[in-house]
Design a protein around this ligand. Structure first.
Ligand code: ATP
Length: 234
């Protein structure tokens, strides 16, 4: 397994938000973690990227224990997160935003990576000289994903990429996530939009109030009666 999370617990003060999470992601897999508002998805991702401490459990990446590694060290090892709300640098151009994503890789072939990102997101190429702040919500999401890809990640963490987007754009973003997986990127997709996330995922986990309550293939979860009732509105 590329990523192994074992018994992860995490708290805000005296309030425990994660009660022992076990999640695995294999090389090349697209894994979805789905759950409602407040289930603990963001806390889980923050703990993975190292900005939220664990009170128990461990995180292993490529076999190494990174539970206590600093966020920058994890990025260097290849864990790259696209944060919720995207957080692109509005005044900077699209191209400069993308180049910032490669800043840890001095000496790397940034131009080749940039071209690859432009192939995946042609709209970003057309708008490369425009300031990021002028992009639509969907385009900013693409920019944030492109920026993360510029670090050549071994694991891409996506925090609710469909949030706040119109339905048509949501479909487009999920298509892109699926395409990235087909290109070989390992992805952990965290989503409230359970149906579309599970539809493209190899495997999925359902999180409820800080616990994993179900795990199976994406397909089996979509057809699971409990999942249908609770998350798919069916
Ligand atoms: P959302 O979809 O709204 O982001 P989520 O699934 O990401 O929800 P979390 O934000 O991880 O859920 O929250 C998990 C639990 O931890 C919730 O009960 C929430 O109220 C609590 N929590 C989150 N952030 C804090 C904080 N800074 N201080 C105290 N409690 C918090």
């Amino acid at each position: 397994m590329l990523l192994e999370v074992n018994g992860m617990k995490s708290s805000y003060g005296r309030i425990e938000a994660l009660h022992g999470i076990d999640v695995q992601v294999g090389e090349g897999e697209l894994v979805a973690l789905v759950g409602a508002n407040g289930a603990g998805k963001t806390t889980f991702l923050r703990a993975l990227s190292g900005v939220q401490p664990l009170t128990n459990g461990e995180i292993r990446f490529d076999g190494a224990d990174i539970t206590k590694s600093k966020p920058q060290a994890r990025v260097k090892q290849g864990i790259s997160q696209v944060p919720e709300g995207r957080q692109v640098f509005g005044p900077l151009s699209v191209e400069d935003n993308l180049r910032l994503g490669a800043y840890r890789r001095r000496g790397a072939d940034t131009d080749a990576d940039l071209e690859r990102v432009f192939e995946t997101f042609p709209i970003l190429k057309r708008k490369r000289k425009e300031s990021a702040g002028t992009l639509s919500g969907g385009q900013q999401q693409m920019l944030a994903m492109g920026r993360a890809l510029m670090s050549n990640p071994r694991l891409l963490l996506l925090d609710e990429p469909s949030m706040g987007l119109a339905p048509l754009l949501v479909g487009e973003i999920f298509n892109i996530v699926q395409m990235l997986r087909e290109q070989g990127t390992t992805i952990l997709l965290v989503e409230q939009n359970a149906f579309q996330a599970l539809a493209i995922a190899d495997r999925g986990y359902v999180i409820e109030t800080g616990r994993i309550v179900l795990t199976d293939t994406g397909e089996n979860l979509i057809n699971d009666e409990k999942v249908k009732a609770a998350y798919l509105g069916l």
